[in-house]
Write a protein that binds this ligand. Structure first.
Ligand SMILES: C[S@@+](CC[C@H](N)C(=O)[O-])C[C@H]1O[C@@H](n2cnc3c(N)ncnc32)[C@H](O)[C@@H]1O
Length: 253
């Protein structure tokens, strides 16, 4: 292989760093989820886990007056969040940190709200909710979006894709039971709309991939990376009635 070719990791960062979001979601979804949390003024200490470059973190900062820490495993993304927070004059209460969602760096019982969009499946829904519960104050909320089965039919091709990606999808009812078993009162669950995937994530990502193909002069790694990303988007269009992101909201009891 040509040593000048970028690695998959580099391509992943480069394709995503300039995007508004690194996964499916929308402002409307955020507002809808916030609508289940009661008085938003009570949230003083908030964590946004797997924040990416902070698209949703900064939207949260518009609706919440508390301090928000965005945590992500990629320092490149976290730096981008800090840059955007600074440009919006929010650095005094929005801060990014590089870290692992599996070992949160917060004090126990210190958070009013844990937010997380499209990230918990990387460590497992149960593992994440159970670990995070210890960092919430009693009565604090968790609001997470997670890819889930929307029907009882689980097409093998889609199941294989998600399993290979390390995300074992479950049905909504099972996830709600998991949430309750992890020490939360169930508050709400709702599915994200198709536009959250297509207009807000796959379309801008495709444009970024096109730019990479031009920049790297159609080198093998970029073509392979583009192919994998495009297959993922095609898979969604083929099976979107069977799987999607679902927002789960719970309250620490
Ligand atoms: C699908 S992206 C979602 C990003 C953002 N929340 C959004 O919705 O646009 C998942 C994010 O989770 C982060 N992530 C995955 N595993 C993680 C871990 N163990 N600890 C911290 N961040 C992680 C990734 O780096 C990535 O930014």
């Amino acid at each position: 292989m040509n040593n000048n070719q970028p690695s998959f990791f580099e391509l992943l960062i480069e394709a995503h760093i300039g995007l508004e979001r690194q996964g499916p979601g929308s402002r409307e979804t955020i507002k809808k989820a916030l609508g289940f949390l009661g008085d938003l003024n009570k949230f003083e200490s908030i964590a946004d886990l797997g924040c990416g470059t902070g698209g949703q973190t900064l939207i949260l900062a518009e609706y919440l007056s508390g301090r928000i820490v965005g945590l992500d495993m990629f320092p490149e993304f976290v730096r981008e969040l800090d840059k955007k927070a600074k440009s919006k004059d929010l650095s005094d209460r929005v801060k990014g940190i590089a870290g692992n969602m599996e070992r949160l760096p917060f004090e126990k019982n210190s958070l009013d709200l844990i937010w997380s969009e499209g990230a918990i499946d990387n460590i497992g829904f149960e593992k994440g909710l159970s670990h995070w519960r210890g960092f919430l104050k009693k009565g604090g909320y968790v609001a997470v979006s997670c890819p889930s089965w929307l029907t009882n039919e689980h097409p093998a091709e889609a199941e294989k894709f998600w399993n290979d990606a390390g995300s074992d999808l479950d049905i909504i009812g099972n996830n709600i039971a998991v949430m309750q078993n992890c020490g939360y009162q169930f508050v709400a669950a709702f599915a994200l709309t198709e536009e959250c995937w297509t207009d807000n994530y796959y379309s801008p990502r495709e444009k970024a991939i096109q730019k990479l193909i031009e920049k790297y002069d159609s080198c093998d790694t970029v073509i392979e990376y583009a192919g994998i990303n495009r297959s993922e988007a095609e898979l969604y269009l083929k099976y979107k009635q069977h799987y999607g992101y679902v927002f789960y909201i719970g309250r620490a009891v």
